[in-house]
Design a protein around this ligand. Sequence first.
Ligand code: ZN
Length: 138
Amino acid sequence: MKSYKKELWFDIKSRRAFINITKKVENCLKESGIKEGFLLCNAMHITASVFINDDEAGLHRDFESFLEKLAPEKPYSQYEHNGFEDNGDAHLKRTIMGREVVVAVTEGKLDFGPWEQIFYGEFDGNRKKRVLVKIIGE
Ligand code: ZN
């Protein structure tokens, strides 16, 4: 069995963003040489997500307003977590959007359903963060 690991770094210059990382993840798969197996992709930070959905700008604005309704950024004082930080909302948003995705690898390709793309979700940006890609198989 082969095993491959890579970290992808992001430095998002805003508090929140959704970035399509599908091409970067596909490049990892190519580099690994693995044709059959599983690919795991997870955020290494507790205020960022990796998730799969449609690459459609309206939907991304819908995610933003949905998450702001559930866990509004402000007022910062509404969160008990915000004693020394102001990112209570970011932890909650990350939990809703998820930590990781697992994708089957079939014939050297990510075995997606229709319209599936992989996104990095940033909820407390303006600093460097990383995503882990781990692939096992043969
Ligand atoms: Zn925090």
